[in-house]
Ligand binder design. Structure first.
Ligand code: ADP
Ligand code: ASP
Ligand code: MG
Length: 241
């Protein structure tokens, strides 16, 4: 059984939350599953990196912006691997390019095109929990690209597709997908299941709980995606056929 778990920025904001996520990951590993963990940058890190870059050059090139923004996820991946190590389990962190995530050449909004090596499989076979940076890949020139805001969801689902995972779990700061943003509308209704097509419509209407391309990947490769709370771990919403 192979499961891909993705943890969003709020779910990793601070050492306590990184450790909580690591405990969840190792709990699954202990049950015998192979686990690939995809991480976002912690908290507001990506926004802070954008501000830092803009202080230096308001019109920095898209290539350099990607070099800058990819840093946030790299830090998260290293911290997550260290947190798993602290619990006594084997883990290794990989950047997008180490993991072989190839993209087209569109800096700032790149599309994942494939998995260019078998590093993740090799590490899983060695018994490692593999932690991969979300939101980034490498273009045909060998340069780092990023996938657009919220793109770590797409990294997770794409890896689930390429590795033929049994399930992709998106751990976030709400306990599932609702008909409206539950933070703005306390009366919003939660879905137990939602179809890929209906999810894409919700996203079109502004629901940024999932990156649109992640749902397209899930639909095209028939990957069930569960959106659930990193704080409770209670069953969330299954996005499926
Ligand atoms: P993460 O950092 O985990 O990727 P995001 O901020 O990208 O989290 O997505 C989760 C947020 O999406 C929630 O905090 C919620 O406010 C917002 N959201 C917007 N629309 C919806 C919806 N229809 N259902 C659930 N959450 C929604
Ligand atoms: N860190 C990136 C962002 O803030 C990617 C992600 O969180 O999915 O948009
Ligand atoms: Mg997100």
């Amino acid at each position: 059984m192979l499961i891909v778990q993705k943890y969003g920025g709020t779910s990793l904001a601070g050492a306590g939350r990184v450790h909580a996520a690591a405990r969840r990951v190792t709990g699954l590993y202990q049950q015998g599953a192979q686990v690939v963990v995809v991480v976002s940058a912690q908290g507001d890190t990506t926004d802070e990196l954008i501000t830092k870059a803009e202080f230096v050059n308001l019109r920095g090139s898209a290539r350099e912006m990607d070099m800058c923004l990819a840093v946030g996820e790299q830090l998260s991946a290293a911290l997550m691997a260290m947190a798993i190590g602290a619990l006594g389990y084997p883990a290794i962190s990989l950047t997008g390019w180490q993991a072989g995530i190839t993209t087209d050449g569109t800096h700032g909004n790149a599309r994942i095109t494939g998995l260019g090596n078998d590093r993740i499989q090799k590490e899983l076979e060695k018994g490692n929990i593999v932690v991969v940076t979300g939101f980034q890949g490498i273009n045909p020139k060998g340069d780092i690209t990023t996938l657009g805001r919220g793109g770590s969801d797409t990294t997770a689902v794409a890896l689930a597709a390429f590795l033929q995972a049994d399930l992709c779990q998106i751990y976030t700061d709400v306990d599932g997908v609702y008909d409206r943003d539950p933070r703005l509308y306390p009366g919003a209704t939660r879905f137990g299941r939602i179809s890929y097509e209906k999810m894409l419509k919700l996203i079109e209407g502004g629901a940024q709980v999932l990156h649109d391309r992640s749902v397209e990947f899930a639909r095209d490769y028939h990957i069930p995606v569960e959106v659930l709370s990193s704080f409770t771990g209670a069953p969330g919403t299954i996005v499926g056929p």
